[in-house]
Design a protein around this ligand. Structure first.
Ligand code: FES
Length: 79
């Protein structure tokens, strides 16, 4: 299994297994990704991974050539 270094919006950097669940791993890193439908249709859970928007509830942690992923919230209407 390959692993990848993930930098979260709170500045923490963790080592994650490629293919693991975004929502679960984010919560372990202290990041609460908002969710709604959990089925890929509402967009509440959108995050940006290396600048690319993904819906966390239907995505898993991808591999990356650089061995690093940077996660940001794509939009945060509350801030
Ligand atoms: S929670 Fe609705 S798209 Fe992910």
């Amino acid at each position: 299994m390959s692993t990848i270094s993930v930098r979260w919006p709170n500045g923490r950097i963790t080592t994650e297994t490629v293919g693991s669940d975004w929502l679960l791993r984010a919560s372990k890193a202290g990041i609460a990704i908002p969710t709604g439908c959990l089925g890929g249709s509402c967009g509440a859970c959108e995050i940006e991974v290396n600048g690319k928007v993904v819906r966390a509830c239907i995505s898993t942690i991808p591999g990356s050539k650089s061995g690093q992923l940077s996660v940001e919230f794509s939009t945060d209407p509350h801030w």
